[in-house]
Design a binder for this molecule. Structure first.
Ligand SMILES: NC(=O)c1ccc[n+]([C@@H]2O[C@H](COP(=O)([O-])OP(=O)(O)OC[C@H]3O[C@@H](n4cnc5c(N)ncnc54)[C@H](OP(=O)(O)O)[C@@H]3O)[C@@H](O)[C@H]2O)c1
Length: 490
């Protein structure tokens, strides 16, 4: 039996992601029949009222199990600002709660993380005797390096690091975990996975949507805090880390932090040369007028928050020295896609002419149309030795096994069994902040130009120049992995 106590139970994340993931685990018989889910919010309501709301909002993916599932759910109203209020939680946990594993999930605004920790400590719910006590903390973990350190220190006063699970839902994605298996299970790739054979690495993460209903949050955060500090640096670590001893939490997280420590620190000069920040501007796409960032509701007219970032940087270790890493991320780009592209060196002296755009490239598609694509050069049939690039591809959707894309399901399962491998450790989180802090300070100093780009384009032209001056190119991915033409238009 496990107890889930979800703070922020009346919020958006819980109704859209967490509760559906728990329901899905229940449908798969992965939660014990005796488990309990206790939603905690400020709103005053009864357990029955909360269950009714969940019944209205959740899709019944396995209707036969719904009644059993909904009966696991209860609700307690607590204002987290006063630690004494946490005593009200105890009767809900049942008589034997001391013997049970309890997962406290913090799906609340980040300023509440310390308050919930303090309240749980007050009610002695951080102490484990028979059952484990785990604290799952949503992003953002800190607002900069100093605040992340403060939060870590605060939590470490009363919780062991092993009890703290900092969630990064990218690490729950099957395709991100597969990076490790793909690299370390296939010697044909692992032996090429270094500076001798790799020309450059590209990580692109595009969203076609605007800031939508998250304007207030986004305008305070920006793309670097929202995407780079956490998700994309974690993906980068999976692409570049050294082989762990084994796949347990200690080994994988040790290697993760080591590679993050090797990121070359920024200087004023390298920021100017290698970081491009942008904001989307209005555009007319067919019949549709797309608003610019400054025209969105809730965005200050003089906001300098970046909706786009492109950067070039290096990892200073023997495997990757001299290999540029390009990272590009933004909103209001042509479509939603996240992929890692490993560009291999060109043949030093081909006896025939190869188009400069052609070359060996391995595309690892994180989402959508999850899969892996290898591009290689082939002779065009016919006279002479004309060449062309062709595809060898694997799509997860072709697997016979049920490919589940829900990262929250996987991560909740891991928290349930106490496996923290796919959760970020305190030192890795701080290392990521250490890397992005100088970019944020440069932006906030007013010295960083904020380039405009048309909504629906691939970002400001300065981002193209950043890679082209090196003789490199971004891949402009289509909606499907194999770039079939009808998936490429807007
Ligand atoms: N939404 C997403 O897609 C998303 C994605 C990634 C990460 N996150 C992170 O997840 C967390 C929650 O996000 P959200 O979008 O779900 O926020 P939200 O919709 O604003 O919900 C906030 C929740 O916190 C509760 N809360 C606020 N102050 C409280 C207090 N003093 N005492 C008790 N409960 C209090 C609210 O309860 P009442 O409504 O009852 O007042 C509500 O349940 C944030 O840290 C966010 O950064 C969200």
């Amino acid at each position: 039996m496990s107890l889930f106590v979800i703070f922020g139970a009346t919020g958006d994340l819980v109704s859209r992601k967490l509760m559906p993931a728990l329901y899905s685990l229940h449908c798969l018989n992965k939660m014990g029949a005796e488990s309990k889910i206790i939603g905690v919010g400020r709103t005053k309501q009864t357990g029955q009222q909360y269950r009714d709301k969940m019944s209205e909002s959740l899709q019944k993916e396995c209707p036969d199990h719904w009644d059993d599932f909904v009966n696991l759910i209860d609700y307690q109203s607590i204002d987290i600002k006063d630690p004494k209020n946490f005593m009200n939680l105890l009767p809900k946990l049942g008589e034997n709660y001391k013997k049970e594993d309890i997962i406290f999930y913090l799906a609340i605004p980040p300023q509440g993380y310390k308050q919930v920790s303090d309240g749980l400590v007050y009610a002695k719910l951080n102490q484990h005797s028979h059952g484990g006590r785990r604290l799952v903390i949503e992003k953002p973990f800190g607002f900069d390096l100093q605040s992340a350190k403060d939060l870590n220190n605060h939590l470490h006063n009363h919780w062991d690091e092993e009890q703290i699970y900092r969630i990064d839902h990218y690490l729950g994605k099957e395709t991100v975990q597969n990076l490790l298996v793909f690299r370390f299970g296939n010697e044909i790739f692992e032996s090429l996975w270094n500076r001798r054979y790799v020309d450059y690495i590209e990580i692109s993460s595009a969203e076609d949507i605007s800031v939508a209903n998250r304007a207030a949050y986004f305008d305070r955060a920006g793309t670097i805090r929202d995407m780079v500090q956490n998700h994309l640096l974690q993906v980068l670590a999976m692409v570049t880390l050294e082989p762990p001893n084994n796949f347990n939490a200690l080994s994988v997280r040790n290697e993760t932090v080591k590679v993050l420590q090797n990121l070359r620190p920024w200087t004023e000069e390298s920021l100017k040369e290698n970081v491009i920040l942008g904001q989307y501007a209005s555009n007319q796409l067919g019949e549709k007028k797309i608003l610019g960032y400054h025209e969105e509701a809730g965005i200050a007219p003089n906001s300098r928050t970046e909706t786009f970032a492109a950067m070039k940087f290096f990892i200073d270790n023997s495997r990757w020295t001299g290999v540029p890493i390009y990272l590009r991320v933004g909103k209001r780009l042509p479509h939603r896609v996240t992929e890692v592209i490993v560009h291999f060196h060109k043949t030093p002296h081909p006896a025939f002419k190869i188009n400069s755009k052609e070359g060996n490239m391995l595309v690892i598609r994180i989402q959508p149309d999850e899969g892996i694509l290898l591009k290689f050069i082939m002779k065009k049939p016919g006279n002479g030795f004309e060449t062309t690039n062709v595809n060898m591809d694997f799509h997860y959707q072709d697997l016979k096994e049920n490919f589940r894309t829900n990262a929250y399901e996987r991560l909740l399962m891991d928290a349930l069994i106490g496996d923290a491998t796919l959760y970020a450790r305190s030192d890795a989180v701080e290392q990521c902040w250490k890397f992005v802090d100088p970019i944020l300070q440069w932006r906030d100093s007013g010295k960083a130009p904020i380039h405009q780009y048309k909504a629906g384009s691939w970002g400001p032209e300065e981002a193209d120049k950043l890679v082209e001056k090196q003789g490199h190119q971004w891949r402009y991915p289509c909606r499907n992995l194999s770039d079939e033409e009808n998936y490429c238009s807007l």
